[in-house]
Write a protein that binds this ligand. Structure first.
Ligand SMILES: NC(=O)c1ccc[n+]([C@@H]2O[C@H](COP(=O)([O-])OP(=O)(O)OC[C@H]3O[C@@H](n4cnc5c(N)ncnc54)[C@H](OP(=O)(O)O)[C@@H]3O)[C@@H](O)[C@H]2O)c1
Length: 333
């Protein structure tokens, strides 16, 4: 097959973007590269940003988004990844300024590629995708920086909890035996089914907090924050002594306002998480963990599987914060 299908974003005129499924020419492989037949991709918030023309994510269009891909190496200029190898690619420049997993093929440098661990299927790798990888990095930061007894003494808070990163953080933390308090704007049983002990609306929770005090009653032993802004500020004010808060997202706001008191009086640690440029050896370790003892039994409950023609509608759910769990894109294989 010389051509393949891809979901492409086109800039029709300045700041006017069109999205459609197109036929593309299969690219020619060069030294150090691998050509991967993509079986699955998934939707992340960054893909939504790339799809609506956010130039902080994607500078030039036409472009194929998709920061995640799992599939099989078809052609290879790398001794490490011969044809037939099942692989995962997440982050680096994939789907940003390099055509990504929303196409049936991707061409990437070998340095971006991870061999799929045995304990995961190609589909499961994309139920996790960058969202799960990020949740795992947050949890690793928490476990590596927080005393176990202390972690068990209070709840771990997760914000934006029904989204991709949030729901996977809830599921993995509860699978590992921690008591999770989910903050979510959505109603329903979804987060309880993911393993949350408690679910609360962030606005109800924030309404009960004294606006003026820089420190409030200690509620959390740790936290995964995917939203930023005032919710993260309030998480910091209510964090327990020597707790670790992993900060990875900004759906609510890119700004953060805080006094220094959570840090200098309670020893709270605010830990920044980046998945895209995470060094490849660390990536491999985290994927191994996700394939073994961190893999929740209910992982498949999070997925909704769609085809290329359903991508547009699913991406736009993110605009309104309406997405829930993980949307997996299955290519025609
Ligand atoms: N640092 C990294 O490497 C990295 C990697 C992956 C993702 N991220 C970031 O993490 C964030 C979440 O990504 P995702 O893929 O999980 O997105 P997502 O699936 O769209 O989930 C985001 C969730 O946040 C909540 N939310 C949405 N808009 C909100 C608002 N205005 N105020 C408060 N809450 C809001 C919603 O959950 P509820 O309805 O349950 O509140 C929504 O489902 C994004 O900012 C993304 O860029 C960062």
């Amino acid at each position: 097959m010389k051509t393949y299908k891809a979901f492409q974003v086109i800039e029709k005129e300045a700041k006017q973007f069109e999205r459609k499924v197109v036929e593309m020419e299969k690219p020619k492989i060069e030294s150090g590269q691998v050509l991967i037949k993509v079986h699955f991709s998934s939707i992340n918030y960054k893909d939504f940003l790339s799809s609506i023309g956010n130039k902080g994510v994607t500078r030039n269009y036409p472009h194929v988004p998709g920061i995640d891909a799992s599939g099989v190496v078809e052609e290879s200029q790398s001794a490490d990844f011969p044809p037939g190898t099942e692989v995962i690619v997440t982050g680096f420049d994939l789907g940003m300024n390099t055509d990504g997993g929303f196409g049936e093929y991707i061409l990437t440098p070998q340095e971006w590629v991870v061999k799929k661990p045995d304990g995961l299927s190609l589909e499961e790798a994309m139920i996790y995708g960058t969202a799960g990888f990020t949740a795992a990095q947050c949890i690793e930061a928490i476990l590596g920086n927080t005393d176990h007894e202390q972690l068990m003494s209070k709840e771990v808070v997760v914000t934006g909890a029904s989204g991709g990163v949030g729901s996977l953080a809830v599921m993995i933390l509860s699978h590992l035996g921690y008591s999770v308090h989910a903050l979510s704007r959505k109603e329903g049983d979804f987060l309880k089914q993911c393993g949350a002990q408690a679910v609360a609306s962030p606005s109800d929770w924030q309404a009960g907090l004294d606006e003026k005090k820089p420190l409030l009653q200690e509620q959390w032993s740790a936290g995964v924050d995917t939203v930023g802004g005032s919710i993260l500020s309030d998480v910091l004010r209510t964090s327990g002594y020597r707790s670790t808060i992993a900060c990875c997202g900004m759906v609510a706001d890119i700004k953060l306002t805080s006094s220094v008191f959570p840090f200098i009086l309670r020893g709270v640690k605010l830990y920044g998480i980046d998945s895209a440029m995470c060094p490849i050896n660390l990536k491999k370790q985290i994927w191994d963990r996700l394939a073994t003892n961190w893999k929740p039994q209910k992982l498949h409950d999070l997925k909704k599987v769609i085809g290329l023609d359903e991508l547009e509608a699913s991406l736009m759910l993110m605009k309104e914060g309406k997405s829930q769990g993980r949307i997996v894109l299955r290519h025609n294989i």
